[in-house]
Design a protein around this ligand. Structure first.
Ligand code: COA
Length: 412
């Protein structure tokens, strides 16, 4: 206990020691840096690591039936097929055209073939179709799936689509949640799943995970804005990941060999879809209160800034993930980037020294499908026999948030 008489001398001692203590603290815990612009953003809010022992054992995808070509868009905004193809690499996109479908389980009669009916085509249904394919390829029983992530920024239920998707698939023993990280969502989702599955899922009790990436940004783009409406399409993709078992001799050579993830909210203004509140007076006692109801406005985008951000940060984050995996760029069999713009893919491939024939892309047919784009492209490449068991795929997602990340995946 300090008595009153000793207080002044203690105070002097503390004042004398303060500069020393301060400099010690500063050396060991540097103060957080607040960045003025995105130039240094790769230092902000980052995590990386390696490896996450698991296996990617199934992949699937689904896209809406309705196709909108560049030529179709020539009558919507002042643009041309030639401009869109040369500036982006996109020729067409698929879009959802029907209103939101009923709940995939209790919205329909028992035995009704609701998946086949075009009118029911909605985002959740695309997610379910993609996940069914992934489950079939993996040979994992839906009841053995321990958790489901739906990576999406355009869910049909504000409280999340993952639980309805899990229920429709018969994943009765799983917990489920949605994950929002825009076009990086699927990448962030598989790294999250990998954390649960690592080391045989011993810490978490999780053996099998289903990660769905699904987005319908056609519902949020301004179809009068030629800068953005030409870019986006709708789709879903899904991956089943399983933990490796004790008797799995190659377990450390498969799954997520290395990863790195970042975000920088200071850049969120360059790509956003904000809420627009409407004042709603509520008659409480006295004067009442003015509350607000809200819906989402159209998406806004500063294309040039997003382009600069992607071409600057994606090569860096891929190098970080390769370093974490202890893999040389020459060992990479395939480069699989979020399908946003072929020019971004060319710049990233060139900066990494990866030839374009190792770049997986189906952007031309689907446009930018946000969280669905990586599994949608991987699904095609696996089913075409291009990507084979044991291949090393360097994946990177990037987009709104701003968020970006990379994972080095060994398939199978
Ligand atoms: N059709 C025809 N002309 C168009 C057009 C369109 N759809 N969109 C823009 N233009 C015009 C512009 O108005 C501009 O005209 P101006 O020179 O008379 O002012 C001209 O084309 C050049 O525009 P600019 O913005 O410099 O084009 P760009 O080469 O940067 O390409 C993007 C624009 C959007 C394709 C490109 O910036 C991009 O892809 N950015 C990344 C966007 C992205 O990937 N977002 C999602 C990330 S997840």
């Amino acid at each position: 206990m300090i008595n009153n008489q000793s207080s002044p001398s203690i105070l002097i001692l503390v004042l004398l020691l303060l500069p020393i203590t301060n400099s010690f603290l500063l050396q060991n815990n540097p103060p957080p840096t607040f960045l003025k612009n995105n130039e240094q953003s790769s230092k902000l809010q980052a995590t990386s690591g390696a490896p996450l022992e698991c296996r990617a054992v199934g992949i699937g995808s689904a896209a809406p039936r309705t196709v909108v070509t560049n030529v179709d868009l020539e009558t919507v905004v002042e643009t041309s097929d030639e401009w869109i193809r040369t500036r982006t690499g996109i020729s067409q996109r698929r879009v959802l055209v029907h209103p939101i479908a009923p709940h995939p389980v209790h919205g329909f009669e028992e035995g009704e073939d609701w998946m086949a009916d075009e009118k029911n085509e909605g985002l959740k249904i695309l997610g379910i179709k993609a996940a069914k394919q992934a489950l079939e390829m993996s040979n994992v029983d839906p009841e053995d799936i321990d958790f489901v992530i739906c990576a999406t920024s355009s869910q049909e239920d504000l409280f999340g689509d993952s639980t309805s998707i899990a229920a429709a698939l018969g994943c009765k023993n799983s917990f489920a949640f949605d994950l929002t990280a825009a076009c990086s969502g699927f990448l962030f989702g598989i790294v999250t799943a990998g954390q649960y599955l690592d080391r045989g899922g011993k810490a978490s009790g999780v053996s099998h995970a289903l990660v769905v990436g699904a987005d319908a940004l056609s519902r949020f783009v301004d179809w009068d804005d030629r800068n953005s409406c030409i870019l986006f399409g709708d789709a879903a993709g899904a991956m089943v990941l399983s933990s490796s078992h004790d008797n799995d001799e190659d377990s450390d050579k498969y799954g997520i060999l290395g990863y790195s993830m970042h975000s920088n909210g200071l850049g969120s203004k360059d790509l956003q879809c904000s809420m627009t509140p409407t004042v709603r007076p509520v008659k409480t006692r006295g004067d009442g209160v003015e509350l607000s109801t809200a819906s989402y406005d159209f998406m806004t985008m500063n294309g040039k800034e997003v382009y600069k951000f992607a071409t600057r940060e994606v090569p860096r984050v891929l190098n970080e993930a390769l370093d974490a995996a202890n893999i040389d760029v020459e060992q990479v069999d395939w480069l699989l980037l979020h399908q946003a713009n072929i020019r971004i893919m060319e710049v990233v491939a060139q900066r990494l020294g990866i030839p374009m024939d190792k770049v997986i892309t189906n952007l031309s047919d689907y446009g930018n499908t946000s969280a669905a784009s990586i599994p949608l492209a991987l699904d095609e490449a696996v089913r075409e026999g291009k990507v084979k068991k044991g291949d090393i795929i360097a994946c990177a997602g990037f987009g709104a948030g701003l968020s970006w990340g990379a994972a080095i995946l060994r398939w199978g």
